[in-house]
Unconditional design. Structure first.
Length: 70
């Protein structure tokens, strides 16, 4: 499974901004580049976990999961 994502990173004045190309809801703003990367990783992990949880709740019962690799 692909666990690599593309972060778009931009410095805007004294702030660092970033978002993940593949998952639009994941975006962060921090004071330093290092803080930004750490925050982005945490936010991405939380978003993926929430998406998985919501997908399984929507499935209800009697479903199967299958990994799909690109």
């Amino acid at each position: 499974m692909n666990n690599k994502y593309t972060a778009v990173i931009k410095q805007d004045g004294e702030c660092w901004l970033s978002w993940v190309e593949e998952i639009p809801v994941v975006n962060c703003q921090e004071a330093t580049h290092d803080e930004l990367i750490e925050s982005l990783k945490i936010t991405l992990q939380e978003a993926l976990a929430l998406n998985r949880e919501e997908a399984l709740l929507e499935a209800g019962t009697h479903y199967q999961e299958e990994l799909i690799a690109l």
